[in-house]
Design a protein around this ligand. Sequence first.
Ligand code: GLG
Length: 830
Amino acid sequence: MNDTFTSNEIHGGTSTEVLKRSFLDNLSYRQAKFPAVATTYDHYMALAYTVRDRIMQHWLQSASTYYEQSVRSLCYLSAEFLLGPHLGNNLVNLGMESETRQAMLELGLDLDRLLAEEEEPGLGNGGLGRLAACYLDSLASLQIPAIGYGIRYEFGIFDQELKDGWQVERTDKWLRYGNPWEVARPEITFTVGFGGSVREQVDSAGNYQVEWVPDRHVMGMAYDTLIGGYGVPTANLLRLWQAQASESFDFQLFNVGDYQGAVLEKIASENISKVLYPNDEALQGKVLRLQQQYFFTSCALQDMIRIYLQRSSQLGNLHEKFTVQLNDTHPAIGVAELMRLLIDQHAMPWELAWEITRRTFAYTNHTLLPEALERWSVELLGRLLPRHLQIILEINRRHLEGVRKRYPGDEERASRLSLIEEQGSRAVRMAHLACVGSYSINGVAELHSRLLRDEVLRDFHDLTPEKFHNVTNGVTPRRFMLLANPRLSALITHAIGDGWIRDLDQLHRLEPLADDAAFRAEWRVVKRAVKEDLAEKVQQRTGISVDPESLFDVQVKRFHEYKRQHLNLLHILSLYFQIKDNPAADVTPRTFLFAGKAAPGYQMAKLIIKLINSVGEVVNGDSDVNGRLRVAFFPDFNVKNGQWIYPAADLSEQISTAGKEASGTGNMKLSMNGALTIGTLDGANIEIRDHVGPENFFCFGMTVEEVASLQAAGYDPGSLVRDNADLSRIMHRLSDGTFSRGDTELFRPLVENLQYHDPFFVLADFSSYVERQREVSAAFQDREVWTQKSILNVARMGHFSSDRSIRDYCREIWQIDAIQPNGFNSKFKP
Ligand code: GLG
C-alpha cells in the first residue's frame, strides 16, 4: 500500500487504495478492533466513518463559505426527519459506490452485507417527516445554505411486528450500538426554561421590565448530522437537540438527603427527547409533546441568534440572514419564543421585535383534518410557558385590534380569526398563531392550497391574501430512483444519459422510447427482475410466496380510515367471491401488497390490519383461488422497506376520500418507478394525473364537491349496501365469521361503522372503484400497452422531484440563492 497519502487524501480521496487505508484506520482507531475479531457491524461502522469523513470535507468547505460570505440561510424547523439509512445514500451522492464496492471486495467484504447492518433513524411518522428528509437532500444538492433543526429522539417510530395478524409495537432502540453519522457538540448547548412565574417591575430608569422566572431548566445539546448534496461539494447540517438535565443532579436536594428526588428530576428532564409520538395526523394534547415542541424550537432560535451574532452586533436584520420554515404547527410556538428572546433577552421594543418575527417565519400546513389541527389549552400553556402565553395574548390583542378596524362590527369574524378558541375550554389555535406570525402560508398541493384558502383559513386569506402560496410536494429521485432502483436507473441513464438525476425534467426524453418495442422489452426485463427481488423478500418476511408474473397491486402508507385501506379490501373480497361463484372465471392474477403502521391507540386502524391478514389467510389458502389472488402484509414499513417495495409495484393505490389527503408523496415514489396509479381526485394525485395524462391514470370516485353535497344531502351508507348485491354479500360475510375463524364479533365494529356511519365514504366510492379496477385488470393483460403507460408515467414525473419544490420555495417564498463552496480559506475559524 502507498504510504505517502496526505491527511486530505485520507479523509477525502476516493480511490480504492485510499478507501481501504481509511477503512482500516477507522476499524483500528475508531472501532478499536483488529481484523480477526471485527464483526460485520464493526465493518459497517468503519465504512460509515470513512464515508462521513468525506462529507465532512464538503461541510467544512460549505460552512466556511457561508461564514465568510455571511449568506442568507434557510432554517427548516421540523419535529420529524424520517431520514432512512445513510450509508447507501451517501455513497450515491458522493459518487463513490463502485470504488467502495471494489475496496471492500479487495478486503474480502461484501458491501451489500454492510449496507444491511444499518439501523435506520426512524425520527418521523410518515409523509411529513419523510418530506423534511427529501427537502434536506434537495437543499444540499441545489447548494442552498440551510440548517435542519429537530429532536434527537432516543426512540424513534416503533418497530412493527405481527402476531396472529395483529400489529404489535416494539421499541426502536436505534442508538443502541452508536450512531456513526452524528457529531456530538457539547459546546453547543442551550438552556430552556419551563413553568414558574412572570415578574413585572419598573427599573430605576423607569422602564417597564418583564422577567420570566422558570421553575425548571433543561439543557439542549446539539448533535449534527451532515447532509451531502448529490454530485456537488456542498453539505449542510441537520442539527438535532437532545435534552439533558441542567445539573447532573440537584445538590441542594442531595444535601438534604433526597438523592432519589434529585435523580428523578434529572430523569424527568431527559424524558423530553426520549420518544417520538407515534401519531400521524392526530392530536393528543399531551404536556410532554408541548415540551418537546418548545424545547427544540427554543434551542433552534437561540442557535440562530448565536450564529448571527458571530458576524453582527445587533439583531435588527435577523430576518435578512435567516428565514425559518415551520413544518406544520409543531414549531409554531417559535413565534412567541422569538418575540420573548428579542424583547426580554435583547431589550428590543415590541414593534421592532414583531417586525423581525413576522418577516422571519413562513408556515407550511400539511393537513385539513380537523383532529390534526393543533390547539393547546390556555390553562396548560400558561402553566408550562407563562411568559409565552402573555406574549400570545398581546399578539392577539393587537391582531384583533387590526381586524376590528378593518371589519367594524363584525364580531363573528373577529372570533373566527382570534388566536384563542373561546368555545368550551379556552385554547390557543396554533395554526392561527403561525398565520399571524409569518410572512408566508402554503399548502402542499394545488387542491390542498385551494381548500386552505377557501375553507380552513378563509378568513386569513381575506385578511392577507398576499401571504398565500402553493408549493406542491416532491420527493428526491436520488433515494427513490437511483438508490432504490439501480436497475431502472441504469436503463434510463443508458437511454438518455445521467442528467435526469439532477434535472428530473430530462426524463421527458424517454417519451419517444415508449413507442420502441425493444426498449419496452428491456423495461419489462427490469420490472420483472425487481419484482423477483421483492417476491423473495415477501417470502422471507411473511412466508407467503407470490408470483412475479402477477400484477403487483401495492398500498403502502400509514393506516388511517381516510386513506381507505378497507376500500382496497372490499375490492379483494369482491374478486374473491367472483371466483367462489365461478372458479373458472378469467381473473387477472394479482398480488395485493399492504404495508404501513397504525398509531398504537388507533383501534379501528389496527382492526383493518387484522382484517387484511385474516382475509389473506382465507384467500391465500383457498384452492378455488389457486394462487390467482395473493394478499400479503409486509411488516414494519419504513424507509428501507419502502425502497424495496416502490420499484416493484405495477399498480399504486392512492384511494383516499377526496379532500382528505393534503398531498401524498408515496403516490410520487411509485409513479416515478413505473407504477400506474388508481386514484381519487385528491391531493397531488390530481397533478400527477395532469402530468402523466388521464389515459395513463385510473381515476375513480367522488370529487371534493360531490363528497360535500352528498354529506349535505344526508348520506345513508346502509341503502348502498341494500341496493348492491355484491356489497351486501361482502358485508354479511365479514360479520358471519368467514374471515374470523367463526368469531362473529371480531370485525363487527368495522362493519357497523361502514354500514351506519361511513365517515370516509368508502361505500359511496365502492362501485366506481371496482369498475375502474376491472379496467386495470384488462389493461394489464396487454403488456405492450401497459409498458408504454409505465414508461410514460416515469417520463412525465419530472415535476415531482423535490428539487422543483425547493426551487419553488426559494423563488416564491425564501428569496435564497445557491452558493458554491470555495476552497479552504485561512481566515476560517471553525
Ligand atoms: C402530511 C399529509 C400528506 C402529505 C405530507 C407531506 O397527510 O398528505 O403528503 O404531510 O406534506 N401529516 C402528513 O403526513
